[in-house]
Design a binder for this molecule. Structure first.
Ligand code: NAD
Length: 509
């Protein structure tokens, strides 16, 4: 079912579809264009975060499955069936793939919702349209990749060619299961690489279906394969494989560091990392009226959307003391009831559970630590009572009186928890914003564009927004500084990162 029809479904319709999908979704590994059991026969439980029940058992790939997929990928790459396909033919297949995703939008949306608890309306209105955009953007770029002829002596022609890298391994997280995977596999495929994806074990379903649709669109079966399984097993085997030439990873900073180690201990494969964040938003003393209201509303959405499980979430609000009390009062008034926990299959619900109960306990623990360090919980701070108790829910939480070195200001919560830090000057705001191991996304809110430019230059992050947050499109590079990573997703630069540049020197005389 397409997204237009999906947008008309009721809660009961989605519940019926979910019950059916739990029985029919493909849970095996997608290797060589076929669904197969794991070589060692292992499975893992795919747990529903709404009630802790087992959705289904999924094949747990191990090193043996990765080896098999890499052998197929390498043969496919060498054959040229994808790597040497004329750019416009590759483009046509990718466009068809995007169309098939659009036609199957409801089913794909539902897979991510039942796996990780994201509200179905967000899947239908945000994630799936962005997935389609992602594939279309990189498809459009395919024949815009050009090499160069460099300036050299008269009897030499010196050229630089752009070539696909070979076998590329992609490892993705669960917070935007399909979208984060496509930010990796779409540019990798567009560049002509044979690509193997290891999705997060919390969200194994949608990537299987998307890979199947790639083959249905005419993509060769060796060009895109999906090996689900545990990170320490399937993920590590992929990152350590001697025939994998690049790993593109999105996930925690902790695992990102391991990926570097695996690369160094194996074949020095290229490593692209998109890791954690602790997004600072600075609110300057001049804010008032409509701009202040917009700033507060954007800050609310910037932390509570997607249950706060967003790497770039604006989780640190750095507020000038002159407007601090008014800002906090408005945030409480507008934010307390803005996101209400409920069944993510209900189209009116905008806050689902966290991905699992482990995350829920971690975030609740972090809130307790914040309190013990002097933070004041203005609202939230607990799991909801009543019928939602079985789920991994957290009520949206605001904590004020936070200091820049407090645990809640330093650790990525990856939940709907915002920390407010009061500052007395712009200099202090910059210092607080940069007091983090992360540098993914930040913003400033002010009517003074000269001041805004100063913050843009001085805050260390890959994406900076002025009087806005969580905006952007496919043209915009997305990726962090410091321990947020070393790569860019989306954008043309990302596509080029899935190519090698090769210098070719012709001696003509
Ligand atoms: P995670 O690091 O636990 O897992 C990410 C992926 O790595 C999963 O597929 C997992 O199976 C795999 N993995 C785990 N251990 C591994 C190992 N030893 N070897 C190889 N692979 C391994 O992260 P997560 O909890 O799934 O995702 C949340 C994190 O992702 C947050 O820190 C968030 O900020 C980050 N994230 C970053 C971006 C970005 O663009 N910067 C986007 C989304 C999420």
């Amino acid at each position: 079912m397409n997204l237009h029809d999906a947008s008309k479904l009721s809660h009961a319709d989605w519940q019926a579809k979910a019950a059916e999908l739990k029985k029919t979704a493909e849970t095996r590994l997608f290797i060589g264009g076929e669904f197969v059991d794991a070589a060692e026969g292992g499975t893992f439980d795919n747990i529903c975060p709404v009630d802790g029940s087992i959705i289904n058992k999924c094949a747990a790939g191990t090193e043996a499955d990765i080896n098999k997929a890499v052998t197929i990928a390498k043969a496919s790459f060498k054959s040229g069936e994808w790597s040497r396909l004329a750019p416009r033919d590759r483009m046509a297949i990718m466009y068809k793939w995007a169309d098939l995703i659009a036609q199957n939008g409801a089913e794909l949306a539902l897979m991510d919702t039942i796996d990780m608890g994201k509200p179905i309306t967000d899947m239908v209105e945000v994630d799936i349209p962005m997935c389609i955009d992602t594939i279309q953007y990189f498809a459009e770029c395919i024949d815009k990749i050009t090499g160069t002829v460099t300036a050299t002596e008269y009897d030499v022609m010196s050229t630089v060619l752009r070539e696909p890298i070979g076998v590329v391994g992609c490892i993705s997280p669960w917070n935007y299961p399909l979208l984060m995977a496509l930010w990796k596999i779409a540019p990798s495929l567009a560049a002509g690489n044979s690509t193997i994806l290891k999705p997060a074990e919390q969200s194994p379903l949608s990537c299987n279906r998307v890979a199947e649709l790639f083959v249905e669109a005419g993509g060769p079966s060796g060009a895109l394969q999906v090996v689900n399984g545990m990170g320490e097993q399937a993920g590590q085997a992929l990152a350590r494989h001697m025939e994998v030439s690049k790993i593109s990873f999105t996930g925690s900073t902790e695992v990102g560091k391991l990926i570097h180690v695996y690369s160094g201990e194996s074949n020095m494969k290229k490593v692209s990392l998109e890791c954690g964040g602790k997004g600072p938003q600075v609110f300057c003393e001049d804010l008032e009226g409509e701009l202040l209201d917009r700033a507060v509303q954007t800050a609310i959405d910037g932390i509570f959307f997607n249950m706060g499980e967003v790497c770039s979430a604006g989780s640190r609000l750095i507020v000038h003391s002159k407007i601090h009390d008014e800002f906090v009062a408005k945030f409480i008034e507008m934010g307390k009831g803005a996101y209400i926990c409920g069944d993510p299959l209900d189209p009116s619900v905008n806050l689902g559970p966290l991905v699992d109960h482990e995350s829920q306990s971690r975030v609740l623990g972090l809130i307790e630590t914040a309190k013990s360090e002097g933070g004041k919980v203005e609202f939230g701070g607990a799991a909801p009572a009543g019928e939602l108790q079985k789920g991994a829910y957290i009520i949206p939480t605001m904590i004020t009186a936070v200091n820049s070195n407090d645990t809640i200001a330093q650790l990525e919560a990856f939940g709907p928890v915002v920390a407010v830090i009061k500052v007395d000057s712009d200099d202090e705001a910059v210092e607080v914003a940069n007091n983090s191991i992360y540098g993914l996304q930040g913003s400033v809110w002010t009517d003074n564009y000269r001041k805004a430019m100063r913050f843009a230059r001085e805050i260390e992050c890959g994406t900076f927004l002025v009087n806005s947050y969580e905006e952007g499109d496919m043209t915009q590079p997305f990726g962090g500084f410091k321990q947020s990573g070393n790569a860019k997703d989306m954008c043309f630069e990302s596509l080029l990162s899935y190519t090698n540049s090769k210098a070719v020197w012709f001696r003509l005389n």
